[in-house]
Design a binder for this molecule. Structure first.
Ligand code: HEC
Ligand code: HEC
Ligand code: HEC
Ligand code: HEC
Ligand code: HEC
Ligand code: HEC
Ligand code: HEC
Ligand code: HEC
Length: 411
């Protein structure tokens, strides 16, 4: 009898559990469940990801549901075209801090910078969309005036902070010929230790150096092209000016130069004052200091600066060779074209020698200096500096050939 009395409550609890009211899906109110129920059939992956996300599981009252981000106009099978897609403004409503930080950083300029490059407009629309837009839409400018695609790192519908903290979150965009930061980092000591021992935090990932304390305003001292002004050395300064002259479609006169510097400023393509550079540098050395002495961090970055200087010098020498072909009237002057090599024509460069120059600039020099920065000796040397030297030799050979051909024609 005693045993029955003991077992009975357990049986009752069991019955209640089996036949009691079903548990509602996380955070789905009655209205919301119409979206959820139907979409569970159509796109079960979307609903499952949302259910597992903080957006559904958070205890905060302000968490978003399907309707918060997609509106209420589409309610069934026949009105799918009425669906709204969220913009950065939608996220801003609840995440103003990250939204504002993002707006101050370089990612917010990503869409603008693409359209400023003349070779962009020469590509088919489909190539523009996938071949530039898929990465540069991190800085998407929405019709409502807001800027940014937050799902570039917080992919839908998980919208996870943990995922965005992983270096792989940057990989799809920060890879390849002209910005192989992922590959460089991955095979540097930092990347190797991270992969051997990912949970220990012994080695830094991208975010530890570039998004310290979760700051969404990414921007570095040297920037994409490793060009800045002023620098402490006259030869270096002259080399930078030679390269600056060769980036951009804006003529060679004083007015053209002004327009070029204006555009570089607006897009923050380079830092144009010492203070902005030093601020970024100080912040970076502080990041190293977590695991290295400040002497060690500083010395490594100064070594990378020296390498930037050397790659800039070699590059400027190559640009001058091609520039002289224009001033000597050996390369043809077109009416609307620039009267100097234009490095930003990329693969649209009109002659073989200019094709070589663009590869030297955008592939080899980038790998040399970015590899140095990211503590990767092989990228710095064999993928970067060594092919730069080969390109320089080829440019000089082509220069001789073009001059010989011209002399022949004159005879
Ligand atoms: C009766 C079914 C049904 C209901 C209820 C429903 N939807 Fe849909 N929804 C669809 C179908 C069907 C599609 C097209 C799906 C596809 O192509 O895989 C769709 C598409 C969508 C899309 C993608 C549109 C696109 O262009 O990619 C979103 C976002 C969406 N629904 C949100 C919602 C929201 C928010 C609600 C609730 C307010 C909701 N849906 C309610 C059936 C439904
Ligand atoms: C925090 C905002 C947010 C919430 C909440 C949200 N979505 Fe979305 N959803 C997005 C974003 C961002 C996109 C991508 C929009 C774009 O492509 O411009 C998207 C896209 C979609 C798509 C098309 C996806 C694709 O890859 O083809 C569907 C379907 C969809 N959502 C359904 C839902 C449903 C159903 C819910 C509720 C369970 C929901 N969403 C909740 C932000 C949200
Ligand atoms: C209606 C308010 C609201 C909107 C709109 C909204 N969120 Fe959230 N979001 C929240 C809440 C609430 C949390 C959970 C916070 C917590 O529990 O600490 C959250 C959490 C997050 C997190 C952190 C998740 C984690 O793993 O810790 C990310 C990332 C995020 N949201 C991104 C977005 C993005 C991107 C958008 C726009 C597409 C968006 N949110 C729109 C309210 C919102
Ligand atoms: C969707 C593609 C995409 C993803 C994902 C992405 N980035 Fe970027 N990033 C870009 C683009 C494009 C630019 C250049 C912005 C411009 O055009 O002004 C950029 C610029 C930067 C810069 C500024 C460099 C400078 O000029 O000073 C840093 C730093 C950076 N990203 C770090 C990161 C980190 C860290 C991550 C991962 C947490 C990340 N990015 C994820 C596309 C992306
Ligand atoms: C370049 C990648 C990247 C982009 C783009 C990005 N984030 Fe983040 N986000 C991160 C990283 C990394 C973290 C984690 C930061 C940390 O905890 O150190 C994070 C964290 C968050 C969090 C959680 C903060 C917390 O304290 O838990 C929210 C909310 C958030 N981001 C919102 C946004 C919004 C809104 C946007 C668009 C305006 C956005 N993010 C765009 C990388 C990104
Ligand atoms: C140990 C710190 C550290 C790590 C980890 C790191 N970076 Fe960097 N990164 C730097 C430094 C230092 C610079 C140059 C800063 C300056 O210009 O003074 C830089 C520069 C950059 C730039 C600007 C262009 C360039 O390469 O010079 C981008 C973009 C960038 N890093 C992305 C990434 C990405 C993506 C990852 C992860 C795959 C990553 N970084 C990992 C320290 C780091
Ligand atoms: C795989 C992704 C990806 C593709 C595709 C891509 N870019 Fe980029 N782009 C980036 C990243 C990442 C950076 C920043 C790298 C850095 O700072 O080292 C960048 C930087 C730039 C910059 C320099 C911005 C600045 O101010 O620093 C320009 C200009 C640019 N890209 C134009 C283009 C054009 C034009 C196309 C297409 C023809 C294109 N990109 C295709 C990812 C991409
Ligand atoms: C989270 C810790 C951590 C941070 C932050 C960090 N490092 Fe490292 N770094 C390491 C570890 C661990 C090693 C491997 C040391 C060894 O080889 O014994 C390493 C190795 C290196 C190496 C390879 C050369 C050597 O002596 O082994 C260089 C160069 C380097 N770090 C530079 C930097 C710079 C510059 C920064 C800041 C921009 C930085 N690190 C930030 C942990 C870190």
């Amino acid at each position: 009898m005693k045993r029955v009395l003991l077992v009975l409550p357990l049986v009752l609890i069991g019955l209640l559990w089996a036949f009691g009211p079903a548990e509602k899906p996380a955070s789905a109110g009655d209205e919301e469940s119409t979206c959820v129920v139907c979409h569970e059939k159509h796109n079960p992956g979307v609903v499952a990801q949302w259910r597992a996300s903080k957006h559904a599981t958070s205890k905060k009252k302000t968490k978003p549901t399907c309707k918060t981000c997609h509106g209420t106009e589409h309610v069934g099978d026949d009105d799918v075209a009425k669906t709204k897609m969220p913009t950065a403004k939608t996220c801003k409503k609840c995440h103003i801090k990250q939204f504002k930080q993002f707006g101050r950083g370089k990612h917010a300029l990503a869409e603008l910078s693409v359209t400023a490059i003349p070779m962009f407009s020469k590509q088919p629309k489909s190539v523009q969309k996938m071949g530039c837009g898929s990465c540069h839409n991190v800085g998407k400018r929405w019709e409502d005036g807001s800027v940014g695609r937050c799902d570039a790192c917080h992919t839908r519908h998980a919208f996870s902070a943990a995922e965005a903290r992983r270096p792989e979150a940057c990989e799809t965009c920060h890879m390849g010929e002209d910005h192989s930061q992922y590959e460089m980092w991955r095979s540097s000591k930092h990347g190797v230790i991270h992969h051997l021992d990912p949970k220990s935090g012994r080695a830094p990932v991208c975010q530890d150096c570039h998004m310290q304390k979760g700051d969404h305003a990414v921007m570095t001292g040297w920037g994409f092209l490793g060009l800045r002004l002023p620098v402490p050395d006259e030869t270096w300064q002259a080399d930078i000016m030679t390269i600056v002259k060769a980036i951009g479609p804006w003529g060679r006169d004083e007015k053209g130069m002004e327009a070029r510097v204006g555009a570089i400023k607006a897009l923050k393509l380079a830092r144009l004052d010492e203070e902005t550079f030093q601020k970024a540098r100080t912040k970076m050395i502080a990041a190293c200091a977590k695991c290295h002495s400040s002497r060690f961090g500083k010395e490594h970055l100064e070594l990378a600066d020296e390498i930037i200087k050397e790659t800039t010098h070699l590059m400027a020498r190559a640009v001058r060779v091609v520039e002289k072909l224009y001033t000597d009237g050996i390369l043809p002057l077109t009416e609307d074209g620039p009267k100097h090599p234009d490095l930003l024509l990329f693969y649209e460069s009109p002659t073989e020698i200019e094709q070589e120059l663009y590869k030297m600039f955008l592939f080899h020099r980038q790998k040399a200096f970015q590899g140095a920065i990211h503590a990767n000796p092989d990228y710095m040397h064999w993928y970067g500096w060594a092919p730069m030297k080969s390109s320089f030799q080829k440019i000089n050979k082509l220069d001789k050939e073009l001059r010989a051909k011209k002399a022949e024609e004159k005879k």
